[in-house]
Design a protein around this ligand. Structure first.
Ligand SMILES: [Zn+2]
Length: 229
């Protein structure tokens, strides 16, 4: 826009000159730009991609994490170790266990982490496996096992991603118990592996006792065998 030339002596005192307006607009744009850059930088820090691991220059599936919905700075610190464990330990463990080449269905998997307060899904879910993406609560992802020797990691939702590649299954958690135990052994979480095996043995014992109880209470049936001729 071209500014009108000022011929009125009174005009100068009442209105800023064109040059002054341009300066003010430029200053405003500079501030807005600085704010925009700062928020973009913060957002970039909250997003981490892992496409290589120690001793492996390029991994077949890039694992990404978005921690922009996490508010506590201490929690945000856990995002990097978590996604590195998922990419460099849990992902290859399930690749070995299942033999599934996940890159054929997902070139990348994105984990979006939420605080409890801004969780966009129904309450009661700790994580939600989507196609090539997982939405997670902090408690079940970046804060899960964060005090362990290995650091934060999870073997549940990534197994869903592997099983989604198989197509529809009769149940959402087919062979999850033994598969997760095996994955924990693969990532060298010996303690976690032993706990999981123990809980599976306890569960098997409970099931056996329940079945034995049902069998004992069942009414006796008299067999009607055909008589020999
Ligand atoms: Zn599940």
């Amino acid at each position: 826009m071209k500014l009108a030339e000022n011929h009125c002596p009174d005009f100068q005192s009442r209105y800023p000159s064109g040059r002054k307006i341009v300066k003010q607009v430029a200053a405003f744009l500079a501030i807005a730009c600085a704010i925009g850059l700062a928020s973009a930088r913060t957002y970039a820090q909250d997003e981490i991609n892992v496409s290589s691991c120690p001793g492996q220059p390029k991994i077949p599936v890039t694992l990404q994490i978005d921690c922009s919905h996490v508010s506590a700075a201490a929690d945000k610190q856990l995002c990097r170790p978590f996604i590195q464990n998922q990419a460099c330990k849990v992902f290859p463990a399930y690749r070995k266990i299942t033999g599934i080449k996940l890159e054929q269905t997902c070139p990348a998997i994105k984990f979006t982490i939420y605080d409890d307060a801004n969780w966009p899904h129904p309450k009661g879910e700790g994580g939600l496996a989507l196609h090539c993406a997982v939405d997670y609560l902090t408690e079940y992802s970046i804060k899960f096992r964060s005090n362990s020797k290995l650091g934060p990691y999870d073997v549940h939702e990534l197994l869903h991603e592997y099983q989604i590649a198989l197509g529809p299954l009769p149940s959402a958690h087919v062979l999850f118990g033994p598969s997760m135990a095996e994955a924990m052994r693969e990532v060298d979480d010996v303690e976690g592996y032993q706990q999981r095996v123990k809980s599976m043995q306890d569960e098997a014992q409970r099931l056996k006792e329940k079945l034995d109880g049902e069998k004992a209470n069942r009414p006796r049936m008299t067999a009607c065998l055909p008589r020999p001729r």
